[in-house]
Design a protein around this ligand. Structure first.
Ligand SMILES: NC(=O)c1ccc[n+]([C@@H]2O[C@H](COP(=O)([O-])OP(=O)(O)OC[C@H]3O[C@@H](n4cnc5c(N)ncnc54)[C@H](OP(=O)(O)O)[C@@H]3O)[C@@H](O)[C@H]2O)c1
Length: 162
């Protein structure tokens, strides 16, 4: 499976339950990568989406430990039940889309990470693991910098090399 995330210079991903910045170009990139695929997210991330609703044109799966939690999509209440649920899909079609807890839990199952890197530091309270400090992850692709909303950012791709 794959992770997809937008990070700042310090690999920060969110603050107060929201993204650090809204970049239309990154949203387009996210939609292109995940359209028609399976997206896996934590309950907090689902609730941060517009209207707290699952993303259109994708199979949404949400994780919550609350066995009574209801959403307009599949809900799994543990890592094991998610992995069982995912058995019916091609693993290459599964995207882990956050937030911090869910990335931490499922990065060990990912072989690819699409990381949008913003060349700015934000105040933040949620982070992604710094893959530049991990021997088993390698940067394989870095796109040209883009400028939007007063920040430079670029699309990168990391691969697990074991
Ligand atoms: N920059 C990006 O690309 C990006 C992407 C996504 C999200 N974000 C940001 O990340 C932040 C949210 O991250 P977060 O870490 O607070 O929350 P999260 O990972 O979205 O969701 C956490 C919730 O998921 C459930 N959960 C976690 N592990 C579980 C497990 N093993 N089994 C079952 N359920 C599990 C729990 O729900 P219950 O409490 O219901 O049990 C937990 O409270 C927000 O600021 C959001 O904007 C950023």
């Amino acid at each position: 499976m794959k992770a997809i995330v937008v990070v700042d210079k310090n690999w920060a991903i969110g603050k107060n339950g929201s993204l650090l910045i809204h970049l239309p170009g990154d949203l387009k990139h996210f939609k292109e990568k995940t359209r028609g695929k399976v997206v896996v997210m934590g309950r907090s991330t689902l609730e941060s989406l517009p209207g707290g609703k699952p993303l259109p044109d994708r199979t949404n799966i949400v994780l919550s430990r609350n066995p009574y939690y209801k959403a307009d999509c599949t809900v799994c209440c543990s890592q094991d039940s998610l992995l069982r649920e995912l058995e019916q899909y091609d693993t290459d079609d599964v995207y882990i889309i956050g937030g911090e807890q869910i990335y931490r839990c499922f990065l060990p199952y990912c072989d690819t990470a699409y990381i949008t890197k913003i060349d700015t530091e934000f105040k933040a309270d949620r982070f992604f693991e710094n893959l530049d400090k991990r021997d088993n992850w390698k940067l394989v692709n870095k796109g040209e910098p883009k400028y939007e909303q007063g920040v430079y950012y670029s699309f990168t791709e990391y691969k697990r090399n074991e």
